[in-house]
Design a protein around this ligand. Structure first.
Ligand code: HEC
Length: 131
């Protein structure tokens, strides 16, 4: 390799390294701020005609892998700060959701009913979702 080729490769490596670092930083910041939205979009919402993961879980149709992700999502919710409303109410609602989903994962009896009750979109949105 000629000297200027070394320089070109070196510049490229540096650019990737810096670019990657910046992307990682902005991602980390987003993860905190939009964590709730991400969980909503990933598990509570689905394109028209497709059941979201939460509905599949209520119906007993979610796979073990989906339930595992759902539990992780609710852990994120439980540790997130609600954009609106009382923190104690948020903790109670998200803890219920998480416990019910963990029961579902373990295949406990009555877990689906418990989960369905905790998964009250309107009750939580009217208290914690910004207008
Ligand atoms: C434990 C509380 C809670 C429950 C239960 C809940 N949500 Fe949410 N949801 C929120 C909060 C809080 C926001 C607002 C997040 C923000 O603006 O940062 C939100 C936002 C959303 C959004 C907007 C996401 C975006 O990109 O802005 C959708 C869609 C949504 N929820 C769907 C649902 C559906 C459907 C259900 C019921 C199956 C549900 N949610 C149940 C708390 C909840």
């Amino acid at each position: 390799m000629k000297r200027n080729q070394y320089i070109a490769v070196g510049t490229l490596v540096a650019a990737i390294w810096i670019g990657g670092g910046l992307a990682w930083q902005s991602h980390a910041a987003d993860a905190g701020k939009d964590a709730i939205k991400e969980v909503m979009k990933a598990y509570h919402k689905a394109p028209k005609g497709v059941d979201p993961v939460c509905k599949r879980a209520v119906d007993g149709k979610a796979s073990a892998e989906e339930l595992k992700k759902l539990v992780a999502g609710y852990k994120t919710l439980a540790s997130a700060k609600p954009p609106r409303g009382d923190e104690a109410s948020w903790k109670e609602k998200t803890a219920k959701l998480l416990a019910a989903c963990q029961a579902l994962e373990k295949g406990e009896e009555g877990a689906a009913a418990k989960y369905k009750e905790a998964l009250n979109c309107k009750a939580c949105h009217s208290a914690h979702k910004p207008e």
